[in-house]
Write a protein that binds this ligand. Sequence first.
Ligand SMILES: Nc1ncnc2c1ncn2[C@@H]1O[C@H](COP(=O)(O)OP(=O)(O)OP(=O)(O)O)[C@@H](O)[C@H]1O
Ligand SMILES: O=C(CO)[C@H](O)[C@H](O)COP(=O)(O)O
Length: 303
Amino acid sequence: MHSVRPVLIGIAGDSGAGKSSLVAQLAKLLGNDRVSVIELDGYHSLNRQERKAVNITALHPRANNLGLFIDHLYRLRRGEKVLRPVYNHDTGDFDDPVWVEPRPYVIVEGLHPFLFQVAADMYDLKIYYDTHEELKVRWKILRDATARGYTVEEVLAEIRKRQWDIRNFVEPQLAMADTVVKLFPLEDERPDAVGVEFKEPADNPWLKEKLEQISEISVQPKRDWIGGREFLSLSFSQAMPVSTAHVLLEHMGPRGGAILGKITHAPFVMPYQLALAILASRLEAIRQELDATFEGRGRSVVG
Ligand SMILES: Nc1ncnc2c1ncn2[C@@H]1O[C@H](COP(=O)(O)OP(=O)(O)OP(=O)(O)O)[C@@H](O)[C@H]1O
Ligand SMILES: O=C(CO)[C@H](O)[C@H](O)COP(=O)(O)O
């Protein structure tokens, strides 16, 4: 058992939003050996055939063993390793489970990481990945019709079938998030050209406060209401000079500048690259705070 608990991060969002891709890139920036990933698809309670037989989508909580997941989250937070189940998207069935160690960062990504309050309370940061419908559908078709063995018509039919479950079991997590990251299409031919909007609760606007400290950037947040809660929204739709981004990242956390250096050496930073750097720097800052707290307690208490 570790004496210093991991930083727990939950990344919620619909299928095809880009969660796994985001996590892979964050892990690279933080150091793969410092990150453990929990893919929530492993906690499906029914395989593909069984879901079809009872006519339920993977988004319904009943198609998932969220009790086991919450138990694992609790154990990881305490610094214990867990035997996590694995879902195989090639076969539509389960593989052998694998052990997950509580490394300095544990990132949980999937459909329901903080649907239930008892889970939501355990995270250090809850991110809702709210990719614009146009990108999400394009990306899901591209992926499911190549890597997951579906036809385009099957993917479109599945998306239509899932709408009620998305509204009821995935989107409610929007209002629980510490930050909502919305990717949106730009009028740009390049397939990777996406804009990024950060929405933060008005009572805890971490990014807005950091941006306000940088004279090179003028911040004009827009107000937004999600699930009865006020959010402030900050939008990035243009490339930013790397020198400005560097000043910003240095304000964000202990390794902000170094993280940016790992992402690009170009003179300009694209919005998605900036978002990655901001998120990784925020996680480094949380890790540092947690280490300082445990240092103060003599590094022996698991919180
Ligand atoms: N920022 C991005 N720019 C371009 N393409 C992207 C981006 N993020 C993700 N994609 C593409 O979208 C597809 C879906 O992404 P990913 O598998 O990460 O989604 P997901 O949210 O983890 O989905 P699921 O929950 O269904 O597993 C991938 O094939 C990936 O190539
Ligand atoms: O919503 C999803 C999250 O990835 C998938 O559709 C779900 O995991 C089921 O996967 P598959 O379609 O490969 O059986």
